[in-house]
Design a protein around this ligand. Structure first.
Ligand code: 5RP
Length: 227
């Protein structure tokens, strides 16, 4: 069910792309369906679009599907951003960064005129952080200091690890602290302000005011939510 729902919303989002658009390309398994369908449309309809990927993984997929790419050296504003999320609440506040692409995702989302989030229904929650840890990207230098300060905010952070004891590195060469809040995140806006004031914290996975429309994939169809 989940993969079908992901495919349905990914394909639906690809219908939003029109000729000449500058696109922000999110990261993750749901976005992969969007990229696949977008690639088909570019080929079939000779769409002239260009995209900025939010991760090396997405860059590779975009190349595979024939989506032309550019960088922020060339353009600094985008028309349409499509991305997945790990959790989204009724106010369209999200946790992102399960795939570790949060910093680039936030940069790309923030310069996009219209932002569409594609999720299956398992991602929709009443309160963020109850069942998914909040990723926070920190510089490797002094990461223990960040961990200590974040812990003082009432959560349990731990360093994301890959392959045994090797820390996971983001595409920017940084670490991720996954922060579990025992009762979820009560005040996401306030938490975002407090976390981003800690020297060494580069970005949190809290995405606030970064969604205009949400496509939710259900077993029996797609629900379209707008702000
Ligand atoms: C990556 C992200 C993804 O959008 C998020 O993890 C959702 O991924 P998926 O569509 O695979 O469930 O934030 O950093």
């Amino acid at each position: 069910m989940t993969n079908e729902a992901k495919k349905a919303v990914g394909y639906k989002a690809a219908e939003k792309v029109t000729d000449g658009k500058k696109l922000g390309l999110g990261t993750g398994s749901t976005v992969e369906y969007y990229l696949e369908r977008l690639g088909q449309r570019i080929k079939d309809e000779r769409l002239n679009v260009v995209g900025i990927p939010t991760s090396i993984e997405t860059e590779k997929k975009a190349i595979e599907f024939g989506i032309p790419l550019t960088t922020f050296d060339e353009i600094q504003t985008l028309d349409l951003y499509v991305d997945g999320a790990d959790q989204i609440d009724p106010c369209f506040r999200m946790i992102k960064g399960g795939g570790g692409a949060l910093l680039r995702e936030k940069m790309v989302a923030s310069c996009s005129a219209y932002k569409v989030i594609i999720v299956d229904e398992s991602k929709v929650v009443n309160r963020l952080g109850t069942t998914f840890a909040l990723p926070v990207e920190v510089v490797p230098f002094g990461w223990k200091l960040c961990e200590k300060r974040i812990e003082e905010m009432g959560c349990t952070p731990w360093l994301r690890i890959m392959n045994g004891s090797v820390p996971f590195l983001t595409n920017n060469g940084n670490y991720i602290l996954d922060c579990r809040f025992p009762e979820g995140i009560k005040e996401p806006e306030e938490l975002e302000l407090r976390l981003t004031k800690i020297p060494g914290v580069l970005c949190t996975g809290l995405f606030i005011n970064l969604a205009d429309e949400v496509l939710v994939g259900h077993e029996n169809g797609i629900e379209i939510l707008k702000k």
